[in-house]
Design a protein. Structure first.
Length: 255
């Protein structure tokens, strides 16, 4: 079994807070992996460590077979991955075309390849008619689509997506789902976080659930479905009983 992501004891502390607590991820190549958890569970912190944006406090990470604690290997891995972060950080004084051209140059892609892929991505994302606008003039959904276009531009082996469907309309969401399915079909690995369990259950082949910094579930989606739906399993492992006890007094009172 070839792994795209493997972690051992991966931990991140912020002073007294342990945001990610000794998790052991095993993500096979060519899979669509859904990484789920409540708000504040440690999902975005985990992605930041896996993509080299944040150092771990303890443990080890292997991405595409490389130990990214080695700076030289980490740089090589970054050429082979694409990332859509939770907080979009675009160069807002560039147009969509200029931004994608810049990203392509950072990946050292040939100029002809950058031109061809940029044109296709702008068209596919519905941004071709907006290419003269600066990114700062884009709506939230348009910014999401531009960020995903930038992540797809280098044709990555591994794609990290932190809430890519948030703020995206239904038409764009369908386009994004189709693109991501094709990425996996051609052998790429997708590592996705999302609060929309329906999308995760529809797209993902494997799932991991993190709660309070700990990895509390990890399995193929087909195995999880043998014992109920994704929502049922998610609520079970993150503490649904406690959530069900939280009620608003004025909604319980008789009129």
């Amino acid at each position: 079994m070839s792994l795209a992501i493997e972690t051992t004891g991966l931990t991140r502390r912020f002073a007294a807070l342990c945001a990610v607590d000794a998790i052991a991820l095993r993500v096979e190549r060519g899979t669509f992996y859904g990484f789920l958890g409540p708000n504040g569970a440690g999902k975005s912190t985990t992605i930041k460590m896996l993509t080299g944006l944040l150092a771990c406090s303890a443990g080890s990470m292997s991405i595409l077979g490389q130990d990214i604690s080695d700076p030289a290997k980490a740089l090589e891995v970054k050429r082979r991955i694409g990332v859509v972060p939770e907080n979009l950080s675009l160069f807002e004084n560039l147009t969509g075309r200029e931004y994608l051209t810049f990203i392509g140059r950072m990946y050292l892609l040939p100029k002809a390849t950058i031109r061809e892929r940029t044109a296709e991505l702008l068209e596919t994302m519905g941004l071709a008619n907006e290419e003269k606008k600066l990114a700062l003039e884009y709506s939230h959904g348009m910014r999401k689509k531009l960020a995903l276009a930038a992540a797809l531009l280098p044709n990555p082996e591994l794609l990290f997506l932190d809430e890519p469907f948030e703020g995206v309309d239904a038409v764009a969401s369908r386009v994004l789902r189709d693109i991501l399915r094709r990425c996996v079909e051609r052998g790429a690995t997708v590592f996705l976080t999302s609060h929309v369990l329906e999308i995760v259950e529809r797209l993902c082949t494997h799932v991991g659930i993190i709660a309070r910094g700990k990895l509390v579930h990890q399995s193929p989606m087909a195995e999880l479905r043998l014992n109920g739906s994704l929502e049922e399993r998610f609520l079970q492992v993150v503490g649904a009983d406690q959530a069900e006890r939280q009620k608003l007094s004025w909604l319980e009172a008789d009129r």
